[in-house]
Design a protein around this ligand. Structure first.
Ligand code: SF4
Ligand code: SF4
Length: 477
């Protein structure tokens, strides 16, 4: 019996040592010094234990009763690890997608109420300005102050000096593509004249494969299809970019049945510099990518003979996060972002709505709600205290977490960036190295793993991780 126990423990120590070694190397590559140090120390302890085990075996220690007892106690760790593989803590609510969040009647969101529409679009003194603030006097004074500061982003790049440096030049450049792609004839393209013959016949399965394949080819990292739930369509138009004021306040009524929702990974190196300019540059770059993908995809579908609308930074008909949940790309996290299994919240979203018949994907249960209940890291790290600590609350007929967008945007205004700190500190945002993939696999499966790794994330990366230096080309000077 002693020999069998020694074999099991030697094997498990070797597996743990190997995993810790891989984690340490990965942490060195990620430039996570604290994680690399703790990983390295743990690896040395495990290696020492392995050597000690064989030394004690050679000395015949395990033939004694104390030796046998130590072997039995040592068995606890491999057995506990195996238990982490068991699937527990399922969330049937998550498998229903956004329907699982709905507890009462939901009112569609009016785009005019959205902070960007209020501060970017409404010209003071205009008829629309008067109409809006007559209905919402509670926002007028605050919005006026925000406008004086330069809008929701305030002075771009304000947090970093000099404000006119190359980093701010990159920030402006990163947002330069979507404005070219937001006018109505581009977001709702017509078929190329070559396709005057009408529709190209495709089964829903083939159409799905083609649009998903094209989206991935264009640079999306994740793609899913959702049946379009009208609740997640804005009720009225609020963002005006081309003096098309006749559209302001008009009802948004789309007849499309499907939404192709895609997510694009944001560079971890850029996001790790949050809340500094580099992370906002990355937001702009990935929004531009989203505008490019959505525009080409909508054009492709128009050429197939169907109607399609691109949704991106300069044109939204739908709320992207609930659409992405319904398309099976991830779950809603504590700070209101989509959290994907692959990249956590470190993504930006884009979407194309269409009447092309497609095969919808199923929503997923990856354990986010349970993880967020114990984690709270984003709420602890949010400098403006905009993220709730408590359990999900009922908000407009849905049971969920909701960040305080007003205080969050006020903080953006002080920084001159879109902050992104919550995204940076989230334990799901780590890069997709083998050790992180293995940990994610356990966290998705097992409730205890969620508690264990939430605590370990604080231990290895700190409760309040500091901003990392951006890549050299994106430094502040
Ligand atoms: S972006 Fe910044 S201010 Fe806004 S919720 Fe996240 S951490 Fe808080
Ligand atoms: S930081 Fe923690 S609580 Fe916040 S979204 Fe990420 S997992 Fe959830």
């Amino acid at each position: 019996m002693a020999d069998a126990l020694i074999f099991i423990e030697a094997l498990s120590l070797a597996v743990f040592a190997l995993a810790t070694f891989a984690f340490t190397i990965s942490s060195i590559w990620e430039k996570e010094r604290r994680a690399a140090f703790i990983g390295g120390v743990t690896f040395c302890i495990l290696l020492g234990s392995e050597i000690g085990l064989f030394a004690l075996k050679t000395a015949g220690f395990f033939q004694s009763i104390p030796g046998l007892l130590i072997l039995l106690v040592g068995l606890v760790i491999p057995v506990a690890t195996l238990l982490l593989l068991i699937r527990t803590g399922r969330n049937p609510r998550a498998l229903q997608g956004t329907k699982g969040y709905i507890v009462r009647e939901v009112e569609r969101f009016d785009e005019r109420d959205q902070v960007f529409a209020r501060n970017r679009s409404l010209p003071p003194g205009s008829e629309q300005y008067r109409a809006f603030y007559t209905e919402h006097p509670q926002w007028e004074e605050h919005d006026a102050k925000r406008r004086e500061r330069g809008g929701p982003l305030g002075g771009p790049g304000l947090i970093d000096k000099p404000h006119e440096g190359p980093n701010v030049a990159a920030l402006f450049a990163s947002f330069s593509i979507p404005p070219h792609l937001g006018s109505s004839h581009i977001v709702q393209p017509k078929a190329h004249p070559h396709f005057h013959e009408g529709r190209i016949s495709l089964s829903p399965e083939e159409a799905t494969n083609r649009v998903k394949g094209f989206a991935l080819h264009l640079g999306a990292d994740l793609v899913g299809i959702a049946e379009l739930n009208p609740l997640w369509v804005y009720s009225r138009r609020g963002e005006i970019f081309w003096d098309n004021w006749e559209e302001w306040g008009t009802e948004i009524d789309i007849t499309h049945k499907y939404a192709i929702v895609f997510a694009m990974e944001m560079s971890r190196d850029m996001v790790w510099a949050a809340p500094h300019t580099a992370s906002a540059v990355e937001s702009g770059v990935v929004y531009a990518k989203g505008a490019f993908i959505a525009t080409e995809l909508a054009s492709f579908i128009a050429n197939l003979g169907y109607s399609a609308t691109a949704n991106h930074l300069r044109h939204y008909d739908v709320l992207l996060v609930p659409m992405a949940v319904d398309a099976g790309l991830g779950e809603l996290g504590r700070f209101g972002y989509l959290i994907t299994r692959e990249f956590g919240p470190r993504v930006r979203l884009g979407c194309v709505t269409t009447d092309l018949p497609l095969v919808p994907d199923r929503p997923v249960d990856i354990g986010i709600e349970d993880f967020c209940r114990v984690c709270n890291k984003c709420a602890h790290c949010c400098p403006s205290k905009s993220i709730p600590f408590d359990a999900p609350q009922e908000i407009n007929g849905t049971l969920r977490w909701k960040l305080n967008a007003e205080t969050c945007f006020d903080y953006w205004g002080k920084l001159g960036t879109d902050c992104n700190l919550c995204m940076r500190v989230c334990p799901w945002s780590h890069p997709r190295t083998l050790p992180h993939r293995l940990i994610t696999g356990l966290v998705v499966r097992n409730r205890i793993a969620r508690r264990l790794f939430s605590t370990m994330d604080d231990l290895f990366y700190g409760k309040r991780p500091k901003p990392a230096s951006p890549p050299k080309w994106a430094t502040y000077t």
